[in-house]
Design a protein around this ligand. Structure first.
Ligand SMILES: [Ca+2]
Ligand SMILES: [Ca+2]
Length: 211
């Protein structure tokens, strides 16, 4: 009827080695999610001395399916989760997120939004990352501007990354940029294949980079 009895039956009929039975039982336990953290209890379970208590009103088959269904449910949730406000893209093995809504936000608010999904406003470290981001932006179906985390707020002409205040490493500017137009452009967007400075409060999307 139960697992213990059927194992004994298998042992009698097949006359298998005790070690083989133990291996099978261990595999069964692992499969059903009966993971025993303590070595002692694992040994008892393997030896068949621990019998799990079941609710009488639940059929044993349904009980054994429960962990599997739970696992399936969790994996399904994980596969559709994502972040509703962002389009996710993987570049060079790293995750980046482009905000779906064009909003007039401060740089601090844009960065806070990135942080809420375990990321930060994108830093551009080198020509490779620059090129990959340019590609991602060009493929994006929607208007910009696309804000990066690069800024010269508070230090005109000296560009740094907003999230950690580190100096900007790679700046490939568009012709005649940065022009700090009207003395009010302290944020940096990806524009075509290069960068432009623009007003931080402009309505636009921002790009986050996974931390
Ligand atoms: Ca500026
Ligand atoms: Ca500009």
């Amino acid at each position: 009827m139960d697992g213990k009895k059927s194992n004994e039956l298998v042992l009698k009929v097949a006359n298998l080695e005790q070690s083989l039975i133990k291996t099978i039982r261990r595999k069964q336990l692992q499969f059903l999610g009966h993971i025993c953290l303590h070595k002692g209890s694992e040994h008892l379970a393997v030896a068949g001395k621990i019998v799990s208590k079941r609710r009488r009103d639940l059929h044993p088959t349904r009980m054994s399916l429960l962990p599997i269904l739970l696992l399936l449910g969790v994996s399904m949730i994980a596969s559709v989760q994502g972040y509703p406000g962002y389009s996710e893209t993987v570049l060079n093995g790293k995750k980046y997120f482009i905000s779906k809504r064009r909003l007039p936000l401060s740089l601090a608010k844009r960065n806070a939004r990135c942080k809420s999904i375990g990321a930060y406003l994108v830093k551009i470290d080198d020509p490779v990352e620059h090129k990959l981001l340019v590609g991602a932006v060009s493929r994006y179906k929607g208007w910009g501007p696309f804000f990066t985390g690069i800024t010269d707020e508070g230090s005109e002409g000296r560009y740094y990354n907003f999230n950690d205040k580190s100096p900007a490493k790679y700046l490939k500017w568009k012709y005649f940029q940065p022009d700090n137009w009207w003395g009010r452009e302290h944020c940096v967007e990806i524009w075509g294949s290069s960068l432009n400075d623009l007003r931080c409060e402009r309505r636009g999307r921002h790009i986050c980079e996974a931390a």
